[in-house]
Design a protein around this ligand. Structure first.
Ligand code: CP3
Length: 347
C-alpha cells in the first residue's frame, strides 16, 4: 500500500493534479495542542526524548489538517548531544551548546557508533508512528546537514552569519574537516537507524547552506549531502531523500544531479517560475510559500498558494512553506492554505 502514498508518488517523479502537502515545523508552538503537550513534558528536550509525547505531537497536525506527510518530532541538535556535546535550550533564547574550538574539544566527543545510546527514544517514536499514522500518510525522518550542525557545534548557539564556523573553516581546516567527517558519519548512522525504525523518506536540513559561497558550497553543502545520500541508498535501496540547501539561490540548479537527492526543497527567496524552469527540470521540488502568509492569511495567502501550485504544475511537486511555520501563525490560515490547494488551485 505504501507505494500509493501521495508524497511517495511525487518523490518518484509523478505529476499530480493536486500536490501532496505538509509544512516544516508543522508540530509547533502555533498549535494550542502542541503547547499543552510541551507543558506536560516540562521542556523541549524532554518532549523530544519521551516517545509517547513526541509521537503525540507528530500526530497533532495530521489529525487537524490531514497532511500527506508526518515529520518525526525531534531536533537536528540531538546529534551533537548524542556525540557528547552539552545541549540546553535557554528560555526564549534558542539552543545553547558546549563549543568545538580546539582539537581537544573534538577529541572529547564520542565516536559516531556511540550515538544510538542517546537516540534510542527517537527510534521508538518512529516505531510508535508506524503503528498510529493513517495508512495514506508518509513518515519523514530527518537530520541536520553537517555544515548546519557544525555551525551550532562551533559557535555553541545560532549565529546570524555563521561567523565562528567560517573562521574555523578558514583558520583550522584540518580540525574543521575532521568535525564535518564526524558529523557526516554520525548522520549516516542516525538516519539509517531511523529508516530501520520506519522512516519512509529522509530530509536533510541545511538551514545555513546559503552562507557557503563558491567552492565552499560544493565542498561543505554538496559533498556531504552526496556522501550521506549515497550511503543511505546503498544500505536502504530506494529510500527517497529530500535535500534542503536553504538560501542556495542559483546553487539550487543542479543540486539534485550532483548529490543524488530525489527532491530539492526550495526556500521562499527563489521565484517559483524560475525554479520550475531551472530546478524542477531535474525532478521533484518542494516549497515554497513564504511562512509569513500563515500569519497574515486572507486573499494574499489564497493567491500565493494558487500561484505556486500553478508554477510547479508541470512537474513533480510537494507543496510546503519555504521555511518553518512561526509561533505567531494562525492555525486557521493553515486550513485556508490546505483547502485552497485541495479545491483545485490549478483550475
Ligand atoms: O518540523 C517539524 O515539525 C519537526 C520537528 C523539528 C524541530 N526542529 C522541532 C523544534 C525539526 C525538523 C527541526 C529542525 C531544526 N532544528 C532546524 C532545521 C530547520 C530550520 O528551522 O532551519 C534547526 C536549525 C533546528 C535547531 C533549533 N531547534 C533552533 C534554532 C531552535 C530554536 C528556535 C525556535 O524556533 O524556537 C529549535 C527549537 C525547536 N525545534 C522548536 C521546535 C518545535 C521550538 C521549541 C519549543 O517548543 O520551545
Amino acid at each position: 500500500m505504501s507505494k500509493d502514498k501521495k508524497l511517495l508518488r511525487s518523490l518518484r517523479g509523478e505529476v499530480q493534479e493536486v500536490p501532496p502537502v505538509w509544512m516544516m515545523r508543522q508540530a509547533g508552538r502555533y498549535l494550542p495542542e502542541y503547547r499543552a503537550t510541551r507543558a506536560k513534558a516540562g521542556d523541549f528536550l524532554k518532549l523530544c526524548y519521551t516517545p509517547d509525547l513526541a509521537a503525540e505531537v507528530t500526530l497533532q497536525p495530521i489529525r487537524r489538517y490531514g497532511f500527506d506527510a508526518a515529520i518525526l518530532f525531534a531536533d537536528i541538535l540531538l546529534v551533537p548531544q548524542a556525540l557528547g556535546a552539552e545541549l540546553w535550550f535557554a528560555q526564549g533564547e534558542g539552543p545553547r551548546l558546549s563549543t568545538i574550538q580546539a582539537p581537544e574539544d573534538l577529541a572529547a566527543l564520542k565516536p559516531a557508533s556511540a550515538i544510538h545510546e542517546t537516540l534510542a527514544p527517537v527510534y521508538e517514536t518512529l516505531r510508535i508512528l508506524t503503528r498510529e499514522l493513517p495508512e495514506e500518510t508518509a513518515l519523514i525522518g530527518f537530520a541536520g546537514a553537517p555544515w548546519t550542525v557544525a555551525t551550532y557545534m562551533i559557535a555553541g548557539r545560532g549565529t546570524p552569519a555563521q561567523e565562528p564556523a567560517h573562521a574555523l573553516r578558514e583558520g583550522n581546516p584540518a580540525l574543521f574537516d575532521a568535525l564535518i567527517a564526524r558529523i557526516t558519519e554520525a548522520t549516516i548512522e542516525y538516519l539509517s537507524a531511523q529508516i530501520e525504525a520506519g522512516a519512509e523518506v529522509i530530509k536533510l536540513f541545511d538551514s545555513w547552506a546559503g552562507s557557503l559561497k563558491g567552492e565552499a558550497f560544493d565542498t561543505y553543502a554538496v559533498e556531504p549531502a552526496r556522501v550521506i545520500t549515497q550511503a543511505l541508498k546503498a544500505r536502504h535501496p530506494g529510500i527517497p531523500v529530500i535535500g534542503f540547501p536553504r538560501g542556495a539561490g542559483e546553487k539550487y540548479v543542479g543540486f539534485a544531479r550532483t548529490t543524488g537527492v530525489d527532491c530539492v526543497a526550495l526556500d521562499q527567496s527563489v521565484d517559483a517560475d524560475w525554479a520550475a524552469a531551472h530546478v524542477q527540470i531535474d525532478g521533484c521540488v518542494q516549497g515554497n510559500l513564504a511562512p509569513e502568509h500563515m500569519v497574515t492569511g486572507g486573499q494574499a495567502l489564497v493567491e500565493e498558494t494558487r500561484r505556486i501550485a500553478r508554477a510547479f504544475s508541470k512537474g513533480p511537486h510537494i507543496f510546503n512553506l519555504g521555511h518553518g511555520i512561526t509561533p505567531d501563525a494562525d492555525p486557521e490560515n493553515v486550513q485556508l492554505m490546505v483547502d485552497t490547494l485541495r479545491q483545485g488551485a490549478r483550475g
